[in-house]
Write a protein that binds this ligand. Structure first.
Ligand code: NDP
Length: 332
């Protein structure tokens, strides 16, 4: 094994928006494998908003990344060396292997790639973001044909799948995204009925026009002012799967909701969720998503940064909306 392992470490805990100084990049000569270990040559690294939370020290649903440790993240790659009984050289795998090019694994949490599905799609539409969309929308949102489903972050990895599933279930799908280009993509490429550019400054009026029958399901990826505005438009007995709060991840002062009264008046059901709460549903979710993908019923986009050294800037870009669809880093 002659190559070096290039790793991105957390250098500082950011206050507010992360900067390049919060990451450091190191090169290591790989050590010999221990018994039961395997080495993977990374091909794709997934960048996801949850990583911002892991950079903080505060208590959450998983432990933070330690300062000086490799950033967490899912990688797809090929086994290049193995002392593990269940993996041989040449196996294609995915797992939480961190921001690095030649990770070593004990095999725990590692899965073999599904045949016939593009490897990068196993980090997006057929991977964690797609499964998040499926579980949040179908298990919590429970949309019925003819209902109106609104989703924020609609041009992103999760939101883009939510609206497409809503259409497959016979609903009206309305997206909210930042900018005219993203909204055009959401309607023309992903097939939503409408998309509102929240950066245009007319969110309340545009939402009213796009949802003439009100909102039955709001799949929230962003929180803050957008959540507040949609709350006021929701119908009696509407459902609100609370998936993410990205507008708040860099905030030093949280946004205070003004329209929370709507939850009581309209008997809205809100449920926050983390995708791994639904592990028993993964096989069905992945089966549906891969089936729709193969049948041409699901479209997806990727924004690709080249090389592990580009990961910090790409991650900062993801938090600022620089991505269209799934943000990936090509490692190989
Ligand atoms: P995306 O691909 O949607 O990328 C993030 C997007 O967030 C950006 O492109 C940007 O789009 C949008 N954004 C950034 N800042 C703001 C803001 N202030 N207001 C509104 N939108 C903003 O990411 P994912 O699809 O991977 O994740 C979407 C959400 O789902 C995140 O909140 C994430 O944490 C959450 N999530 C939750 C999971 C769970 O288990 N609960 C699992 C996976 C994801 P734009 O240009 O449109 O502003």
């Amino acid at each position: 094994m002659t190559s070096t392992n290039v790793r991105v470490l957390l250098a500082n805990r950011p206050v507010g928006a992360p900067t390049l100084k919060d990451f450091s990049i190191v090169e290591e000569t790989p050590a010999a494998l221990g018994a039961g270990e395997l080495r993977i040559r990374g091909e794709w690294l997934s960048l996801d908003p949850y990583m911002r939370g892991r950079m903080n020290e505060s208590k959450s649903y998983v432990k933070p990344v330690e300062v000086g440790a490799v950033m967490c993240g899912e990688v797809v790659g090929e086994v290049v060396e193995s002392r593990h009984a269940d993996f041989v050289v040449g196996d294609r795998v995915a797992g939480d292997l961190g921001w690095q090019t030649l990770p070593v694994s004990s095999g725990a949490g590692l899965r073999k790639l599904l045949p016939g599905v593009p490897p990068s799609a196993q980090l997006s539409v057929c991977g964690m973001p797609g499964v998040t969309a499926w579980c949040g929308l179908l298990l919590i949102g429970q949309p019925k044909p003819g209902e109106t489903v609104v989703v924020s972050g609609a041009a992103g990895a999760v939101g883009g799948v939510v609206g497409q599933i809503a259409k497959l279930k016979g609903c009206r799908a309305v997206g909210i995204a930042g900018g005219a280009d993203k909204c055009r993509h959401v309607v023309e490429d992903l097939g939503f009925d409408a998309c509102i550019d929240y950066k245009a400054g007319r969110l309340r009026e545009d939402l009213k026009a796009a949802t003439p029958d009100g909102v039955d399901v709001y799949f929230d990826n962003v929180g803050g002012e957008i959540l507040d505005t949609v709350l006021a438009r929701m119908n009696p007995f509407a459902r609100l799967p609370l998936c993410g709060l990205i507008s708040q991840y860099n905030a030093t002062l949280p946004y205070g909701l003004r329209n929370f009264r709507a939850v009581l008046v309209n008997r809205i059901k809100i449920q926050g969720f983390i995708v791994f709460d639904f592990k028993e549903h993964y096989p069905q979710a992945i089966g549906d998503l891969c089936g729709w993908l193969a049948a041409g019923k699901l479209q997806y986009r990727e924004t690709i940064a080249d090389g592990i050294r580009a990961a910090p800037a790409a991650f900062i870009g993801l938090l600022n909306g620089a991505n269209l669809g799934k943000q990936l880093v090509r490692l190989g």
